[in-house]
Write a protein that binds this ligand. Structure first.
Ligand SMILES: *Cc1c(COP(=O)(O)O)cnc(C)c1O
Length: 303
């Protein structure tokens, strides 16, 4: 008898799905052309990347030319924060607002920026694991250049009031970035309706491979490159494209966003059953808000 294995850590990473793998394989074999090459084999790879970009844009309510593929979610976070702050420093904007419970890709980037002389405000999230739009409004100063608040937390799964925070940032003329690595495919996202200027995402949290991600950057935002070199990604992110993984990412986001309300309706009752069962254990309690949380996360800890 084979042992049954249950993998319950999809917040850390996910398995590449059969559909994603199938979409990728041709680009690891006969479709090996360099997308920058002008002959047929190269152009085919280039078209495959543009097709993935369209799928990504569609899933987020963005324009294809607002999507930049990166090497991972961490790179997208680094690029957004360092890029915006370095750009705005010359305009005297040296203040960034974030939260205490961001992923290390944000927190360690903030620590780096602090060493460079930037000022960071880390908003507390309280026992519910939520920041409020009012907290953000109160923290904005005349020299604030960027607000970066994660869409959904990677440890406790709480979902932040992103559209409301985005609205405040827009009214105050401050750029708004969100690390949506955990939210993409689990929460309906539309960058236009939700007032998002920049958004990071990653492949391996949505059944695409590790080592590919993307940054959505609203049209008109121009920041320094993080990686200089060739003219890939319209001259803004150098490095010969990871064609197969980008194709996989396009397929993965298409699948993940196909029916989010249906998934939420199906998975939420299962999540709640687990929460209820675990809450019956003496000294156990749920960490973070009971309802504003990802459908598939139910962290409980013992006091
Ligand atoms: C996983 C994760 C990242 C990092 O993405 P990588 O592709 O692994 O670099 C960033 N932010 C959050 C919230 C994550 O969960």
């Amino acid at each position: 008898m084979t042992k049954r294995f249950v993998y319950a850590d999809n917040a850390a990473t996910t398995q590449v799905s059969d559909e994603v793998l199938e979409a990728m394989l041709p680009w690891l074999k006969e479709g090996y052309g360099n997308p920058s090459s002008i002959y047929e084999k190269g152009r085919q790879a280039g078209h495959a990347i543009e097709d993935a970009r369209k799928k990504m844009a569609e899933a987020l309510g963005a324009q294809p030319q607002e999507i930049y593929f990166t090497g991972c979610g961490s790179e997208a976070d680094n690029w957004a924060l360092k890029g915006v702050m370095h750009k705005l420093a010359s305009k005297g904007k040296k203040h960034l607002i974030t939260t205490v419970f961001e992923h290390h890709a944000i927190l360690h980037t903030c620590a780096f920026l602090e060493k460079e002389g930037f000022e960071i405000t880390y908003l507390p999230v309280g026992p519910l694991g939520l920041v409020t739009p009012e907290q953000v409004a109160q923290a904005i100063r005349p020299d604030t250049g960027l607000v970066s608040i994660m869409y959904a937390n990677n440890e406790i799964g709480t979902i932040q009031p992103i559209p409301e925070i985005g609205k405040i940032c827009r009214e105050r003329g401050v750029l708004f970035h969100t690390d949506a690595v955990q939210a993409v495919g689990n929460v309906p996202i539309n960058v236009v309706e939700q007032n998002i200027d920049m958004l990071s995402m990653s492949g391996h949290k949505i059944h695409a491979p590790k080592g590919v991600g993307a940054l959505y950057m609203k049209k008109g935002i121009v920041i320094p490159n993080l990686i200089d070199g060739g003219e890939q990604e319209r001259g803004r992110r150098a490095g010969t494209e990871n064609v197969a993984s980008i194709v996989g990412l396009g397929r993965a986001i298409e699948l993940a966003c196909a029916d989010i309300p249906g998934k939420i309706a199906k998975v939420t009752p299962m999540r709640d059953r687990i929460i209820d069962a675990l809450s019956d254990i003496p000294m156990c309690r749920l960490n973070g808000d009971r309802n504003r949380r990802l459908m598939g996360k139910q962290y409980v800890f013992c006091l």
